[in-house]
Design a binder for this molecule. Sequence first.
Ligand code: ADP
Ligand code: GLC
Length: 482
Amino acid sequence: MNILYISSEAFPLIKTGGLGDVAGSLPNALLKKLHDVRLLLPAYPEVLNKITKNKVIATTAYYGLPASIIETRLPGSKLIVWLLDCPAVFNRPGGPYTDHHGNAWDDNALRFAVFCRCAVDIALDKLKLNWQPDIVHCNDWQSGLVPALLNHHRLRPATVFTIHNLAYQGVFEKQTFSDLQLPDELWHMDGLEFYDQLSFIKGGLAYADKITAVSPSYASEILSPEYGYGLNGLLIKRQQDLSGILNGIDHDHWNPGTDKCLQQKYNRRSINNKSANKTHLQEEFSLPIDATIPMIGIVSRLVEQKGFDIILQAIEKILTKPLQLVILGTGDTHYEIELNKWAKKYPHKLKVNIGYDECLAHRIEAASDIYLMPSTFEPCGLNQLYSLRYGTLPVVTEVGGLADTVTDTSQENINNRTANGFVVKKQTATHLLQALERAITLYKNTAVWRQLQINAMSCDFSWQASAEHYIELYELALKNRQ
Ligand code: ADP
Ligand code: GLC
């Protein structure tokens, strides 16, 4: 199959979160299964700075703004990447969605409408690239208009829309709909209209041939008002076409046996070497150097979704326990300030790094004994998967992909060797503390802990199985469309 994979970020060219990881690895997994895949990505300055070989393969314009398609490869792989270079909307300092202060770009609707129009042109072979997809795979709201704009074309590829996070919908005021010259027939309740506003994500949810969520549990949670963010009604209507496919992880990039970021590499057989990474991090962060103190790690966007409210409610009690807590993240100023305040008060127990640092993220995964991720909702979550692979036992709430990948350390699960982490049964500070207490207590039992680490490191969350599921879904989408 010819597959056009559309994403607003892809590691290692540009990444703000898990979507970047997925878009940087799933297309490669599909390529390995001998499908012909092209990744379409906006040419942000950070991306242009990272590519070496490139050639312009088409020039065009959207909304009067000159644009071109640059062909390159995803660094370190054979995957062909098509970069949409439209300087008027993408060439500016700052992030893919926000400026340096975290404020959304005020022309985001235009920026991603340009992106969607370009994807549609490729899908319909209007740019004469000598290649046309059978499948157009869209991800999150930034590519939401694509299935909507393709819908009325008779000879069109099949469309798949993946929901990575329903909380981000790309909703803009009504006027934007006409500013973007979108076809009138798309403006209705079962189309792009959302409470008299324009919703990009509805373009995917209403018009894609197939819809996926990034874990089976999240696919069913979003049918409820609690997790559906006003779109559960539409999703229930589309339930026949909605399924959950768990994200995989890149086993080469996240491999403690070969990870170049680590001071001490290790694997299942040499797991004793893991603790040298803890010693290094304790030194680096001026924390007491002691191999017996459990280290708890967090690498995260600092947003409500990731459970920082209950973490902050519990933090004083957490910090009176015999442990060290290491946090790397950026996000809401309120959380940054609060966490820094506690780090000042407990300098020997808490280290907070505000910033974005890929290598430090790897080193925290390797150094920690326990990984804390008490999300309020979690479509899939990748950090608990990286933690498992690094023998770092996750403490997680029972939601979305966390529920699908972490098996609690009950006596029964310990006995049958399926336990790989700790499940916080309810989203309260008290339940969080109880789960952490269980983890710290068990940590002292070296033999059991070692077995739990082996269980965790033996889990296979590579793309192998999930890429197969996507291919089956693409085949179904093609069949349905015919
Ligand atoms: P989400 O996409 O909701 O942020 P995921 O768990 O799916 O959550 O993926 C987050 C990805 O972003 C992981 O690869 C994680 O390591 C990375 N990440 C998040 N914050 C940072 C940070 N401050 N520095 C480095 N990597 C980060
Ligand atoms: C989103 C979700 C996260 C998921 C990631 C990749 O950012 O918040 O749970 O793992 O997308 O699918």
